[in-house]
Design a protein around this ligand. Structure first.
Ligand code: TPP
Length: 634
């Protein structure tokens, strides 16, 4: 079938099982082909092909509302709702978003990218429906990984209590990104086993019913045994006790089972949970065989071999650099404990997990818990390293503020994926952390200029004993600089002059340093000499250097790959104002007051004028002809 001809899911209603299976096959081939070129969340989407088709057949979207948790598995939904023709642009600049997007389609009810929000949003939609007296189904689809998130559990608690009518689909593939963890995962495991158990009992019953005379009696005994044993095994079914009608577990690749169960679920009043078992990566061998999480989200790959198309890199991945430096420190200091909220693969923590299993915790998708657990460890004079993506640290703002910074606990926060992340887009850009951390008392915030400085910052963090310290590092790879063999701690709050100049100053840090150096080169050719400063401590800033620069009256340009509001440039403005440098000229380059969509990072930066050209332009405007200011002129 030509999938680009699909304009609405209504055609599914007339398809028979054979036709549905043929459609599933076509969708799988399409996904494998398109993701090979663009990259994307192949594994999760291959797992939900039949489930998504069955949902669109059983319900009437957009009247009935689907909410895809995390949203990375909505590709099949996008195909069935008329967007197959846009898949060549998937996750690219101005192209199809990798997550549900309200502006893309009426069928996208709920925008997301962060996990575990679907049940709460569904509760809101269902409550609105009931208050307004509307008649429609609300159907959140949540993975077994996302179900471990605190928000999902809070919502389960509330929905079960309110007895709100909604049909929750639990897509259980036993994987988060990495293998799923936690006691809830074990509960689901018992439910899966119970299925085998129930089937064995059913076989036993039907066998006994075939035996004349005593058969009936035996069967009723068996039924009682089955019930009591099932109760033991399933322990009353966790979800039933939470107030949900539990249906399942069913095979998520079997159209008949899906149709039968969904039709039954539609008749039940109150909250229903349909437990669907799926295989992540189904239909593509390399993804099916993945037990680690490599095929959860990928870059481009060769279809025949499953080999990833590697882009040219010079240095190590930033995540590896930090995690390896932490691992070195863990070998020397038994107090160091590493915590990750479900990202051991993304943050490249496998070496730590392997070497120090007793001092490594994957806590599931639980950023708040991870953060306060780190605080708890610190109260006992351990040295926690909390590894967390910038975007997901947003979930744990209060825990950083209230549980770590306020009591001044020594927690080292590794802020991975700081800055623009590219293809994952709006929901994942790591551009807010400076603004939401900088104002918290007691915290130290730093970002290295290269991987060598990065490894020294890891050492700095573990040696620091005066409260929380956070190290930001970007997505992607370092520059391939020479690495010192010995790790050394840097003086807290010290900046570094990378290039001298007497006409203007650029203050910048991390990924925008090369941009500043390039601008300084261009300006030097015009006779404008710019001092470029590696402002590696965003907090505390190097106040001595700031006084020196501001006393000299030099124009200042700050550059950051971070929100302008409340960002590093704002800190420099505040400093000038508070110290009464009222005549200082300060300009800022950074992320404007808007959400930045998906696309190649350089393209995105160009779009918002965070470029060397813009820096040149600004400095040209700032530096007056025949300037009387300067370090030696005052
Ligand atoms: C708050 C938050 N933390 C971490 C992530 C990163 N993340 C994306 S998908 C995922 C695993 C989701 O697992 P599951 O819900 O089982 O879906 P599956 O991919 O297995 O279908 C994680 C941890 C996220 N999106 N949001």
């Amino acid at each position: 079938m030509d999938l680009t001809k699909i304009s609405s899911p209504s055609f599914l209603k007339d398809l028979n099982k054979k036709q549905l299976e043929a459609l599933a096959k076509d969708i799988r081939a399409f996904l494998i082909e398109k993701c090979a070129a663009t990259g994307g969340h192949l594994g999760p989407n291959l797992g939900v092909v039949e489930l998504t088709i069955a949902l669109h057949k059983a319900f009437n979207s957009p009247k009935d509302k689907f909410l895809w948790d995390v949203g990375h598995q909505a590709y099949v939904h996008k195909i069935l709702t008329g967007r197959a023709d846009q898949f060549d642009t998937l996750r690219q600049f101005k192209g199809l978003c990798g997550f549900p997007k309200l502006v893309e389609s009426d069928h996208d009810m709920w925008e997301t990218g962060h996990s575990s929000t679907s049940l709460s949003a569904a509760m809101g939609m269902a409550a609105a429906r009931d208050i307004k007296g509307d008649k429609n189904f609300v159907v959140p689809i949540i993975g077994d990984g996302a179900l471990t998130g605190g928000m999902a559990l809070e919502a389960l608690n509330h929905i079960g209590h309110e007895k709100t009518h909604m049909i929750t689909i639990l897509n259980d593939n036993e994987m988060s990104i990495a293998p799923n963890v936690g006691a809830l995962h074990d509960v689901l495991g018992r439910l899966r086993t119970a299925k085998e158990y129930s089937r064995a009992k059913e076989d036993l019953e039907s066998l006994m019913l075939k035996i004349p005379v005593v058969g009936d009696k035996l069967a009723s005994t068996a039924e009682r045994v089955k019930d009591s044993l099932k109760y033991l095994v399933v322990s009353g079914v966790f979800f039933e006790e939470m107030g949900f009608k539990y249906l399942g577990p069913i095979d998520g690749h079997d159209f008949e089972a899906l149709e039968k169960t969904l039709e039954y679920a539609k008749k039940v009043k109150g909250p229903v949970l349909v437990h669907v078992l799926t295989k992540k990566g189904k239909g593509y061998k390399p993804a099916e065989d993945d037990t680690v999480g490599t095929w959860h989200g990928t870059g481009p790959y060769k279809i025949e071999t499953g080999a990833f198309v590697k882009s040219a890199t010079k240095g190590p991945a930033w995540s590896s650099l930090v995690s390896e430096s932490v691992r070195k420190c863990m070998a020397e200091d038994k107090r160091i404990v590493t915590i990750t909220p479900a990202m051991p693969v993304g943050s490249k923590l496998e070496g730590i997990q392997r070497d120090f299993p007793n001092r490594f915790f994957d806590v599931g998708i639980a950023e708040q818990h991870a953060t306060t657990m780190a605080a708890g460890l610190a109260t006992q004079h351990m040295k926690p390293f909390l590894s967390i993506y910038s975007t997901f640290l947003q979930r744990a703002y209060d825990q950083v503020l209230h549980d770590i910074a306020r009591p001044k606990l020594n927690v080292f926060i590794g802020i991975d994926r700081a800055g623009l992340v590219g293809a994952d887009g709006e929901t994942h850009q790591g551009v807010f952390d400076i603004s939401f951390l900088r104002h918290i008392p007691n915290i130290v915030l730093m970002m290295p200029k290269d991987e060598n400085e990065g490894q020294h910052m890891v050492k700095t963090a573990f040696e620091y004993n005066d409260g929380p310290i956070a190290l930001r590092y970007p997505r992607g790879n370092g520059y391939g600089v020479e690495m010192d063999a010995e790790l050394k701690a840097l003086p807290i709050g010290s900046w570094e002059v990378l290039r001298e100049g007497n006409d203007a100053v650029i203050l910048t840090f991390g990924t925008t340093i090369p941009m500043a150096m390039e601008a300084a080169d261009v300006l030097a050719q015009q006779g404008i000499q710019v001092r470029v400063v590696n402002a590696r401590f965003i907090k505390p800033m190097d106040e001595n250097m700031l006084h020196e620069i501001m006393k000299a009256g030099l124009p200042i340009l700050t550059i950051e790959e971070s929100m302008l509001q409340g960002g590093f440039g704002s800190a420099v403005l505040e400093f000038a104002f508070d110290h009464k440098y009222r005549n200082s000229t300060i300009e800022r380059i950074g992320i404007p007051d808007e959400f930045i969509e998906h696309g190649d990072v350089d393209q995105l930066l160009a779009e918002i004028n965070v470029t060397a050209e813009e820096a040149v332009k600004r400095i040209e405007q700032l530096v007056p002809k025949n300037s009387q200011v300067g370090f030696n002129k005052v």
